[in-house]
Design a protein around this ligand. Structure first.
Ligand code: G
Ligand code: G
Ligand code: MN
Ligand code: NA
Length: 253
């Protein structure tokens, strides 16, 4: 497969870069963190989004090396911002292929040590299906990291099949409500009810909540009025290169 060979080379030749999308306080509008998102700076096709390569990376196992690169870059950037007095928590996506690696926990701790990024400023996002698929692996992998201060988020929440009883036992701190529920918020009653239910549940189970894919002021208002602390989406900004993010943040605040 050409794309596999190209991606393999991309990992070796520093063609992977990281964009940052702000997370914003629903009430005050201030920036409270950012999600790191992989980009492939392809030599002939330009800047590619994960939609073009994450599936191939997952299927070939290249996601393990890619994930390590993204985590290291994000922690390095986070430390730089911290040293500049612009520190903030960063979230990094983690694939099940990474979580299944026996060395994953040590790798994360090593990257934190090497970069000097504080563990309590790092959040790892794991998709809901993955989080639920193997609770024992999830538990044993996450525990030492949580003890170090790393936080865990369930990504794309609401698209999987979490049961309430189960959720309480999972070692997660945050729900990220999937954007498919946010889009209907202006008009669709069923999505309003679903989002209100997720927010109420998060509150009673003591989870933080981030709404993804927020694109309109109406959606932000609905979320704020229903107790959602944090939002992310094109209303605030699309993901940006690190230098663009830093400038955007200076202008924004
Ligand atoms: O940035 P964009 O919206 O195109 O990202 C699309 C999807 O790719 C997101 O759902 C995100 O979780 C995933 N993704 C982005 N960067 C990474 C990464 O570094 N590792 C993993 N495993 N997934 C990523
Ligand atoms: O990990 P996650 O599935 O949350 O990935 C975030 C991805 O979603 C990013 O690649 C980003 O480009 C995309 N995204 C972020 N905000 C919005 C939004 O408001 N609308 C849409 N359509 N996509 C978004
Ligand atoms: Mn994510
Ligand atoms: Na994701």
């Amino acid at each position: 497969l050409q794309i596999e060979a190209d991606l393999r080379r991309a990992l070796l030749e520093d063609q992977i870069t990281v964009f940052y999308q702000p997370k914003v306080d629903c009430n005050s509008g201030s920036v409270v963190g950012a999600e790191a998102l992989a980009r492939w700076n392809h030599p002939t096709r330009g800047l590619l989004s994960p939609g073009y390569f994450i599936d191939v990376a997952e299927e070939t196992g290249l996601i393990i090396g890619l994930g390590e690169i993204v985590l290291r870059m994000a922690c390095r950037q986070g430390k730089t911002w911290l040293d500049e007095g612009r520190g903030m928590p960063l979230a990094v996506n983690v694939s099940v292929r990474q979580l299944d690696q026996p060395g994953f926990t040590d790798q994360v701790l090593q990257i934190l040590k090497e970069t000097g990024f504080p563990a309590d400023q790092l959040e790892l996002e794991v998709t809901e299906t993955v989080a639920m698929a193997n609770p024992e692996i999830t538990q044993s992998t996450t525990q030492p990291l949580r003890e170090a201060g790393v936080r865990f988020a369930i990504d794309d929440f609401g698209t999987g099949y979490s049961s309430l009883a189960y959720l309480q036992k999972l070692p997660f701190d945050t729900f990220k409500i999937d954007r498919s529920f946010i889009w209907g918020l202006g008009s669709e009653d069923s999505n309003r009810l679903i989002v209100q239910t997720i927010l109420a549940m998060a509150q009673s189970l003591n989870f933080d909540v981030v709404a993804e894919g927020v694109e309109t002021v109406e959606q932000q208002q609905f979320l704020r009025d229903n107790g959602c602390a944090t939002a992310q989406g094109y209303l605030f900004s699309a993901p940006m290169a690190a230098d663009v993010f830093a400038k955007w943040r200076d202008d924004f605040s």
